[in-house]
Write a protein that binds this ligand. Structure first.
Ligand SMILES: N=c1c2ncn([C@@H]3O[C@H](COP(=O)(O)OP(=O)(O)OP(=O)(O)O)[C@@H](O)[C@H]3O)c2ncn1[C@@H]1O[C@H](COP(=O)(O)O)[C@@H](O)[C@H]1O
Length: 107
């Protein structure tokens, strides 16, 4: 079992964001701006969806890694710490997804 965490990757993204765009994909994406980085995130999401639908386990793992990395780059550009997203997920543990959905439905 790996000890590598999303927080470790967040640190790497923050460090590499300051590198030269000529030597770092992270820096290149950050320099290209949120429109391009978010578009790339969408492409990676579609690739993960396609792997899931095909039942291609190996590719789903590979594309999920691409997806998580590109999400962290988008969050970095938006200046949102991963911890803030985890706090939102923690807040949601108080309720099931189904009851939350029902609470939003019109009477
Ligand atoms: N985890 C990643 C990571 N995942 C994906 N990528 C890059 O994201 C890019 C995706 O671009 P493309 O979709 O065009 O590439 P592709 O997926 O091969 O192309 P398709 O066939 O899917 O179209 C590739 O250059 C990948 O190498 C990543 N680049 C960096 N990291 C992490 O960030 C660190 C720093 O990287 P640099 O910023 O490049 O120094 C690395 O050591 C890793 O820890």
């Amino acid at each position: 079992m790996t000890t590598f965490t999303i927080s470790d990757l967040e640190v790497i993204v923050a460090t590499r964001a300051k590198a030269s765009p000529d030597e770092s994909w992270t820096a290149k994406l950050v320099a290209s701006g949120q429109d391009k980085a978010a578009k790339k995130l969408g492409e990676e999401a579609i690739e993960a969806v396609m792997a899931a639908v095909k039942g291609d386990r190996a590719n789903l793992i590979y594309e999920s890694a691409d997806l998580l990395y590109h999400l962290l780059v988008v969050l970095k550009i938006a200046d949102i710490p991963v911890e803030t997203v985890l706090e939102e997920l923690q807040r949601r543990t108080a309720q099931s997804g189904l009851s939350e959905k029902a609470s939003r439905k019109d009477p």
